[in-house]
Write a protein that binds this ligand. Structure first.
Ligand SMILES: Nc1ncnc2c1ncn2[C@@H]1O[C@H](COP(=O)(O)OP(=O)(O)OP(=O)(O)O)[C@@H](O)[C@H]1O
Ligand SMILES: [Mg+2]
Length: 308
């Protein structure tokens, strides 16, 4: 199946001369949730803005469902919904009008039933007659999401949708995202809450310095790069790691009370059995052992640091 969004060799140099994207290529499959992760200034918003037709590319090509985002702007715009990172709303317009008007802007006929459903899904129904300046920050963000959903897009971009949003609203927003996915909508999101990406995304792309460092199925990424840590609590503190154990590259922590052993879950041998035997041989008695699986956050930090 052809990808719904295809980005090829995309570059962007801003008027200031800053090169924000350096030859980015990325295919997004219909119906998937792709999380775009990267530190501040990585180029996430620039990439999304070009796909959505808000920023012009300096080079390369982007198509949405086969239509070019520059030459066939009208077609691509109708298919795309964008929840922008920056809050820009018309302070004196009502919630209902803002969201209904947005549908019209995307060339769709009025559909009050759909607008009502969107507002109810986002718990904005009781605010529909309020003007935007009367809403809280989190509610304004929900209005941006409602606007993006007003014209029933096939591809939805969420640029930091949960920044400044409280925990319960974040949960309900992700439920909306899940429902959209179930209805076949393709979703591309950026977030700095990596645990959210870990929970919701099918694939993860990591971008830094205007370059895609990695695109991978989340599950594969977790096992491929997933490391585990074995923590050994000692019955008695030790001053240094014994000579016979140097090959394990252990780190001695917590005033000599605890040894940490990093190992690779995909390695043929983790070395744990041999390590425990060597500890016994060295006369070190254990109080407890536990393991910890690295999270997507650890993996992310590792990739970004390795790329620098
Ligand atoms: N209009 C502009 N003119 C000049 N430089 C810009 C402009 N917009 C963005 N940049 C620069 O391009 C780089 C990428 O910015 P972008 O907003 O795409 O990053 P981001 O990954 O979305 O970061 P964040 O996580 O902070 O939202 C940054 O160094 C930024 O300063
Ligand atoms: Mg951004």
């Amino acid at each position: 199946m052809a990808p719904i969004v295809s980005v090829s060799n995309l570059s962007k140099t801003y008027a200031s001369g800053f090169e924000a994207l350096k030859g980015v290529s990325l295919d997004i499959e219909e119906g998937e949730i792709l999380a775009l992760l990267g530190p501040n200034g990585a180029g996430k918003t620039t990439l999304i803005s070009i796909i959505c037709g808000i920023v012009n590319p300096s080079g390369g090509e982007v198509t949405v469902n086969g239509y070019d985002v520059v030459r066939e702007f009208r077609e691509t715009r109708a298919m795309i919904g964008l929840v922008p990172q920056e809050l820009t709303t018309d302070a004196f317009e009502t919630v209902w009008n803002t969201v209904s008007f947005s549908r019209g802007l995307h060339g769709r006929k009025p559909d009050p039933t759909h607008i009502e459903k969107v507002l109810k899904d986002l718990s904005l129904w009781d605010k529909k007659d309020n003007v935007l300046r009367e809403l809280s920050g989190g509610m304004k963000r929900r209005v941006l999401i409602a606007k993006a959903l007003s014209h029933e897009p096939r591809v939805l971009f969420l640029d930091e949708p949960t920044a400044g949003v409280d925990v319960s609203l974040r949960k309900s927003m992700w439920e909306v995202v899940e429902r959209l996915r179930a209805s076949g909508v393709t979703i591309i999101l950026t977030t700095h809450y990596i645990e959210e990406a870990e929970e919701i995304a099918d694939r993860i792309a990591v971008i830094n310095g205007g370059e895609i460092l990695l695109v991978e199925e989340k599950a594969a990424l977790m096992t491929k790069l997933g490391r585990k840590q074995l923590r050994v609590d000692l019955a008695q503190p030790i001053e240094e790691v014994p000579q016979t154990l140097l090959s394990y590259k252990l780190s001695l922590e917590e005033n000599g009370q605890c040894l940490i052993y990093d190992y690779d879950t995909s390695a043929e041998r983790t070395g744990i059995t041999a390590l425990l035997a060597a500890l016994a041989e060295a006369g070190i008695r254990l109080r407890d052992i536990s393991t910890r699986q690295s999270s997507l956050e650890d993996i992310f930090v590792e990739i970004v640091e390795a790329g620098q």
